[in-house]
Design a protein around this ligand. Structure first.
Ligand SMILES: *Cc1c(COP(=O)(O)O)cnc(C)c1O
Ligand SMILES: [Zn+2]
Length: 412
């Protein structure tokens, strides 16, 4: 059943076996890209038969880098709602807008799509402990999937990580190490720890090439939803850029399988105060240089140094004819408010795709006639304080039916 054929290093081209436990290329320390026997899959995998399988990421298991289906660790992630939002489309200025809400994943963010794969690999490789560095969402996810697998977890987060995210991790039983500094600083220390060999934990952080593959399932779900006629554009928030790079890979695989004949314009959005990938894209660069990060309400997108992944995100944007754009905090707040008017409760980092699309249309860089999918990536409960400060809970408490009636009549 395994069509996963191993990895190729994007730096030196070295090939690796599918059974190897790898993070970066052991030779040149570049990223590894998973390969599949797509010509065999072309003959054996029927895209429409997949629709009949139980919902979720693992419907696409032939296109995921695992060897043992018995090892799968799942909480029912993926197959998140795809919602047509006409009022939002009007506010943003496009003909057809769909919101894919990854806030509906088991722990409330997109991270479950990828952590289900790394937790499965941890089981395949017989690790006892899962670990990651995180701005909060990945930590919640690692803690949940470790619990689901009966394993332990250790997570490293900035000291100012939103309370709901660390609470969730702790309640799932994770050991939390709070670290002073912003995410990219912690990321550098965490990687040094993992590559030091001083701990024998399964790294679900940024270098895990198995984990990346889970993000491709966005592409499959989107293409299937549109009857294999993908929309003009897919817009996604970017921190390291893994999601956008891997969603693009998913579309390319489907093209190679003969399932689709065009690829959407991959469009990534960052907070203007922390936009290293956007800057590199505007400069026409092929790699991303670290930046000095400013404050932003989008705490999950606080990566000032995307490292090797940044180049992959740039490639996805460039090759698909897409765009990279930054948005101000005020625009992010407006986007959250517009989403709320559609009944969607989304954290600031999760709402930036809407803000980015709005800015692209207003500046003429996206066409009003496009069909667009915006992915919203995290629940409002994940960064609750950022939203709680935007509402006022009334001081008055009515007492008895008479007061209740007059309060009701006053509303009209
Ligand atoms: C992690 C995360 C992203 C995307 O991050 P990438 O590293 O670019 O894949 C987007 N939104 C939220 C809420 C996240 O937690
Ligand atoms: Zn290499």
């Amino acid at each position: 059943m395994a069509y996963f054929t191993g990895f190729t290093c994007v730096g030196c081209g070295a090939p690796y076996q599918p059974s190897q436990d790898l993070l970066l290329c052991p030779v040149c320390h570049s990223l590894l890209e998973a390969n599949y026997d797509l010509s065999a899959l072309r003959d054996h995998l029927d895209r429409d038969a997949i629709a009949a399988r139980p919902k979720g990421v693992w419907r696409w298991r032939e296109l995921l880098p695992i060897l043992d289906v018995g090892a799968i660790v799942t909480l029912g992630e993926g197959d998140t709602p795809m919602l047509r939002c006409d009022r939002l489309a009007h506010a943003v200025g496009v003909r057809e807008l769909w919101v894919k809400s990854d806030a509906s994943n088991p722990t409330g963010s997109l991270k479950d799509r990828s952590i289900t794969v790394s937790a499965t690999k941890a089981v395949e490789f017989a690790y006892r402990v899962l670990s990651c560095d995180s701005t909060g969402n990945k930590a919640s996810s690692v803690a949940a999937y470790a619990a689901r697998a009966g394993l332990d977890s250790v997570v490293f987060c900035p000291d100012d990580t939103p309370i709901p995210k660390v609470t969730q991790s702790l309640f799932f039983g994770a050991k939390l190490i709070r670290v002073r500094g912003h995410y990219s600083q912690i990321n550098a220390m965490y990687r040094k720890l993992i590559h030091s060999g001083r701990v024998n934990w399964y790294d679900c952080g940024t270098d895990n090439p198995f984990r990346y593959e889970g993000k491709k399932t966005y592409a499959y779900e989107i293409a299937e939803h549109f009857g294999w006629q993908p929309p003009d554009r897919v817009v996604h928030p970017a921190n390291g850029g893994m999601s956008i790079a891997k969603t693009w890979k998913g579309f390319r695989e489907m093209q190679a399988l003969g399932w689709i004949d065009r690829i959407p314009k991959m469009t990534l959005v960052q907070a203007a105060n922390c936009d290293p990938i956007v800057r590199a894209s505007l400069a026409g660069a092929v790699t991303v240089a670290p930046i000095e990060k400013g404050p932003t309400i989008a705490s999950a997108l606080a990566g000032a140094d995307p490292g090797l992944l940044g180049a992959r995100a740039l490639e996805a944007v460039r090759e698909s004819g897409g765009t990279a754009i930054g948005v101000e905090d005020s625009e992010i707040i407006e986007a959250m408010t517009l989403l709320a008017k559609e009944g969607l409760f989304i954290e600031p980092s999760g709402a930036v795709a809407i803000a980015g699309l709005r800015r692209l249309v207003a500046s003429g860089r996206a066409d009003a006639d496009e069909s667009v999918v915006c992915v919203v990536t995290g629940s409002g409960f994940k960064d609750f304080d950022a939203i709680a400060s935007r509402v006022t809970i009334p001081d008055d408490v009515v007492d008895g039916y008479e007061q209740l009636l007059s309060a009701a009549v006053a509303i009209g």
